[in-house]
Design a protein around this ligand. Structure first.
Ligand code: NDP
Length: 290
């Protein structure tokens, strides 16, 4: 049985639903508008922003990229965010991370108007998620929940192990999994966890979001496990023209035969992240202009 969980196909169905909803919305209003702030010339960030812009345009969402030099001061960047907050024509604001070291990322995120915070990283939105009244759910965890819903009939009572405790993936995902509408039993592991394998082996669901290639190997999971691989890691590969390839945190080839379902990298969580961001942007427009 093929256990591959095709994030590209599932993301496409989410984007189609969003495109249809954007079309209805735009029949009587300006299309939803997303402002993307890109600081510096980090190639991966520039490529993510290009991908988001293209995906937005495909579903009818208007997007504008505000590109600034890496030398921008924190003060100038906060001013730009405040300008976008005050601009009624902007529904959603996204600041591409990471930011240069001299800028306090948290100050930037906290300056974004929470009603335009389509990444869902503002403390108000993370707090709302924690108490079970979410407004914007961070895109990667939201996408993972959709993947899990496709893979499993019911998450209630499932033992879910989240490997990674970042504010953008691990923590919000743990909050979503333990909400009353999901009802999983959640364990969060991190770099100080003792005997990671004991946790993953006892799990029905393993979500790997550590950014460590080959962290999860076949001997660390049980038969029938559902595995979501969030990691995106570059490993050297001389057979590729660019000299590297992208892999996740899971040894896919060895784990897949044991798994009920497993996401590949690339083609798993990545496409879902963008699809959920578009959905959040539509939701921002609907909410703000209701
Ligand atoms: P962070 O670096 O912020 O967090 C990594 C987490 O993994 C930390 O909590 C860390 O523990 C934990 N960790 C690291 N090594 C180990 C280990 N050996 N055993 C157990 N836990 C470990 O990363 P992000 O959450 O931002 O991203 C995680 C991965 O997901 C990255 O590869 C990133 O590129 C990818 N990603 C993919 C997205 C997508 O759309 N597909 C979106 C966002 C991220 P500690 O807290 O103790 O340091």
């Amino acid at each position: 049985m093929d256990s591959r969980l095709d994030g590209r196909a599932i993301a496409k169905s989410v984007r189609t639903a969003t495109r249809n909803a954007v079309e209805s919305f735009s029949a009587h209003a300006d299309p939803p508008a997303l402002a993307v702030v890109l600081v510096g010339d980090h190639p991966a960030s520039a490529s993510y922003v290009r991908g988001k812009k293209r995906a937005a345009s495909e579903v009818g969402i208007q997007s504008t990229v505000h590109r600034r030099d890496a030398s921008i001061s924190q003060h100038e960047l906060l001013d730009l965010i405040r300008t976008l907050n005050a601009d009624d024509a902007v529904d959603g604001i996204l600041v591409q991370l990471p930011l240069p070291d001299h800028i306090d990322q948290y100050a930037v995120i906290e300056t974004i108007d929470p009603t335009k915070d389509v990444d869902g990283f503002h403390p108000q939105n993370l707090g709302r998620l924690l108490i079970g009244t979410p407004q914007f759910v961070p895109a990667t965890p939201a996408g993972i929940m959709v993947l899990l819903e496709r893979a499993l009939d019911d998450l209630a009572g499932a033992r879910a192990v989240v490997v990674g405790r970042s504010n953008i993936v691990g923590k919000p995902l743990a909050a979503l999994l333990m909400q009353r509408d999901a009802n999983a039993t959640v364990t969060v592991c991190h770099s100080r966890t003792r005997d990671l394998a004991a946790h993953t082996k006892a799990a029905d669901i393993v979500i790997a979001a550590a950014g460590r290639p080959n962290l999860i190997t076949a001997d660390m999971v049980s038969d029938g496990v559902t595995v979501i691989d969030v990691g995106i890691n570059r490993v050297d590969d001389d057979s590729r023209e660019r000299g590297y390839r992208l892999v996740g945190d899971v040894d896919y080839d060895a784990v897949a035969p044991k798994a009920h379902a497993i996401t590949p990298v690339p083609g798993g969580v990545g496409p879902m992240t963008i699809a959920m961001l578009l959905r959040n942007t539509l939701q921002a427009a609907q909410h703000r202009r209701a």
